[in-house]
Design a protein around this ligand. Structure first.
Ligand code: GLN
Length: 553
């Protein structure tokens, strides 16, 4: 059997029985444990859909689109990888069938296949294997975890499963491991966990020539030893490689549950890796302890138009968890649909919030509700954070209600507005393709000293990730600054406004970039941390005021 040229070891994670079992969280948890043992680990996701990337997908379809430093629009699982591992991912960490076919078809058009018939095997599978090995070839990692999207048996994931089979043959069994994630349904009528779906899905994998090394079993009840033995026997794996993955109260508990089940040790043995040291999970445990035992609580309104699907705002939700922990505070999010905001009734709708966040988004739907909420936050001195479209709405609101620019708008919503305070960048105007054509990825930003942004970051040179086409229109900047909305962050190369804030407000900040993409367990994002702190101050201020009020009465 040929041996691998790449020194990296490969772990493949497949899913059986149903989708949504949490392959991403299991992959990220295992990666965390291996990293905590001193290995250099990264995770890659292979998505079997034909879109080239999720950038053009409606958030209702696919949840949030996560953006990497190098400007890839990716699956939201990459967000989990970064939040757990605290290292950035890149273009190479998310591969789709669309990307694979696009590469192969482009090569065919260039004549690179020298007249051969181009086929799924070997051309598509070769391209899949090349993409899997790419991260290993960088020499930056000891272990690559590759998560195969979808469920084993799906027609569209067949080429991926075949590529994994071939790769295992090529790199050898001690350089590879397969983890199969399955579900043990609980039948309340008989009070039993059932193993048959797991047996069937392992059988499907075997039909494709893959014997899993580890079974991670999602279950709502603890597994008995007898059950573990039964699964091990029928699925041909070691009994200690049958891992229980019981429902957890938070995803951040899963690494510790996997540690208890010794998933990391089983994998290290399979890959014949030297046991370096016990995992150092002290900081993680500290985080989890604080997450479970908050001292304070705040209520923050998250205003968006996709709130029926919470996954559409995944990174924002997680960033609040991280920032909450660093303030020893539970952030209770109140999900508010921007279309349901009624300016006549706004005090009733938003008056009990300690802070307001207006979320990113595209298109006109719900825009006036967002603007009304921002006006309420500005006028009532409620801490406010606007992200991307949220910042653009804050600019529009200020233009209309402070600068008296009647009907000011973003040209995204109203191209003919008399006051285009948010406008499309010149270079964007020529672009007609939708996919991958926004201002994407990390750009530098200079933060002005003495501002709220500077107070949060504690430094002037920062880099943040972007995903948008429209920008603050600099021809209005002077008027805004004179009226009290300043640009506290500027792109040093282009002069584009990246952060705005209102000087006279306790905490009113709008950012053109997406800070939520950079928040991790070990590095909560400074803007979210300060925002939660401001809402905590608002909450306690309110409390004192309320007490005084009651005392008087
Ligand atoms: N629709 C806005 C733009 O393209 C904002 C995008 C966003 O919120 N990510 O500029």
């Amino acid at each position: 059997m040929p041996q691998s040229a790449s020194p990296a070891k490969f772990i493949f994670v497949t899913g059986g029985v149903t989708s949504s079992l949490g392959k991403g969280i299991i992959s990220a948890s295992l990666a965390k444990l291996l990293q905590a043992r001193g290995y250099r680990v990264t995770i890659q996701k292979l998505d079997p859909y034909i879109n080239v990337d999720p950038g053009t997908l409606n958030p209702y379809e696919h949840g949030e689109c996560f953006v990497t430093d190098d400007g890839a629009e990716t699956d939201l699982d990459l967000g989990h990888y970064e939040r757990f591992l605290n290292i950035p991912t890149s273009q190479a960490n998310n591969v789709t069938t669309g990307k694979i076919y696009q590469t192969v078809i482009n090569r065919e058009r260039e004549g690179a296949y020298l007249g051969k018939t181009v086929q799924v095997i070997p051309h598509i599978t070769d391209e899949i294997k090349r993409r899997i090995k790419l991260l290993g070839d960088t020499g930056q990692f000891d272990i690559i975890i590759t998560e195969i999207g979808g469920t084993v048996g799906d027609i569209e994931s067949l080429p991926y499963i075949e590529s994994v089979r071939q790769l295992i043959w090529e790199i050898g069994s001690s350089n590879s491991a397969v983890i199969h994630l399955t579900l043990l349904p609980y039948l309340s009528t008989t009070g039993e966990l059932k193993t048959k779906p797991t047996q069937h899905s392992v059988k499907t994998l075997l039909e494709y020539g893959i014997q899993p090394d580890v079974l991670v079993c999602r279950t709502e009840k603890p597994m008995s030893n007898d059950l573990r033995r039964k699964i091990a026997l029928f699925c041909n794996v070691n009994i200690n490689a049958v891992i229980e993955s019981i429902d957890a109260s938070t995803i951040y508990e899963v690494p510790l549950l996997m540690l208890k089940e010794q998933l990391d040790k089983v994998i290290i043995n399979k890959l014949k890796l030297a046991l370096k040291h016990e995992p150092d999970m002290a900081a993680w445990k500290d985080f989890l302890g604080k997450l479970k035992n908050p001292v304070y609580e705040v209520k923050i309104g998250l205003i968006g138009k996709y709130i029926e699907l919470k996954d559409a705002y995944k990174s924002i939700v997680e960033a609040f968890i991280h920032a909450g922990v660093s303030n020893e505070c539970r952030v209770k999010l109140e999900w508010i649909h921007s279309e349901k905001i009624d300016p006549e009734n706004i005090r009733h709708q938003l008056g009990n919030l300690n802070a307001i966040l207006v979320a990113p988004g595209f298109g006109e739907r719900g825009i006036e509700g967002k603007i009304a909420a921002i006006r309420f936050a500005r006028e009532n001195k409620i801490p406010f954070l606007g992200i991307c479209l949220g910042m653009q709405c804050a600019v529009v609101e200020f233009a209309r209600n402070v600068l008296h620019m009647k009907d000011a708008h973003s040209t995204e919503m109203r191209p003919e507005t008399a006051f285009p305070v948010i406008d499309m960048m010149e270079e964007q105007k020529k672009i007609t393709n939708k996919g991958g054509t926004m201002r994407l990825g990390e750009y530098p930003c200079s933060v002005t000293k003495g501002t709220k942004a500077y107070q949060a970051y504690g430094k002037s040179k920062i880099g943040e990730r972007h995903r948008h086409r429209y920008e603050f229109n600099n021809s209005y900047l002077k008027q805004f600054e004179e009226a009290g909305m300043i640009a506290s962050g500027i792109n040093p190369d282009s002069g584009l406004v990246e952060i705005v804030e209102i000087k006279s407000h306790p905490w009113f900040v709008g950012v053109q970039f997406h800070p939520e993409y950079k928040s991790t367990v070990l590095n909560p994002h400074p803007l979210f941390v300060r925002f939660v702190k401001a809402s905590l101050e608002k909450a306690s201020g309110q409390l004192i005021a309320e007490q005084a009020h009651t005392a008087k009465a």
